[in-house]
Design a protein around this ligand. Sequence first.
Ligand SMILES: NC(=O)c1ccc[n+]([C@@H]2O[C@H](COP(=O)([O-])OP(=O)(O)OC[C@H]3O[C@@H](n4cnc5c(N)ncnc54)[C@H](OP(=O)(O)O)[C@@H]3O)[C@@H](O)[C@H]2O)c1
Length: 196
Amino acid sequence: METSILFPSDPDKISEKDILHLHPFSTYNSNTSRHLELWAIVAMNRDNAIGRNGDLPWHIPEDMRHFKELTMGHPIIMGRKTWESIPRRPLPGRRNIVISRNPDYYAEGAEVFCSLEEAVDACREVPFIIGGAQIYEKAVPFCSKVFITMVDSPADDADAFFPPLSEAEWKVAEESDFFTSKTGVNYKFITMARVK
Ligand SMILES: NC(=O)c1ccc[n+]([C@@H]2O[C@H](COP(=O)([O-])OP(=O)(O)OC[C@H]3O[C@@H](n4cnc5c(N)ncnc54)[C@H](OP(=O)(O)O)[C@@H]3O)[C@@H](O)[C@H]2O)c1
């Protein structure tokens, strides 16, 4: 990670290049000339597993509803593979933003950007990073909140993981009791807030 990108040497002389890049725990938006926070939302198990064979390792309809309630009205930013994993896309009521290195990638009903920086710069409301593993890996260092659904289910053959949140940088801001889904899976909601 290039420090110069994160911390422009002189804030009074932010260059065109700098304003396209992320600031720590908030993003400078050249459309609004304001900093916006960046949030992530994820369902994972205790091993940080989030995906298997391009899909989720579990089915929790109640978590889908929770995801919808939290993200409604916000831009949602996702990697190309996560976009392609969504059965009925775009997700309604939200700006769907897809990141792909392919400048010709077309996603009907979504906007496509070639970098996370360009994607967040296009947002006027706090965007949610909604995955998958590659995009979380890149974005979480800039996030101030992570909304976790902690799923009490093994996923031995998982192939996609959420990056670890260090105790030095993150604290639990809110934590629910465990619920049981109608599919039998136990889960709880945890909001993590960045402390530094
Ligand atoms: N449990 C959860 O909450 C949750 C949430 C979301 C997803 N998932 C799961 O996660 C898995 C998918 O994750 P994934 O890591 O394989 O894929 P992903 O992060 O969804 O998408 C990866 C793609 O994003 C693009 N990309 C990545 N980094 C980029 C960068 N720096 N600049 C521009 N484009 C970039 C590339 O697209 P191109 O190849 O087109 O260039 C790359 O192939 C699936 O199993 C899915 O079900 C789970």
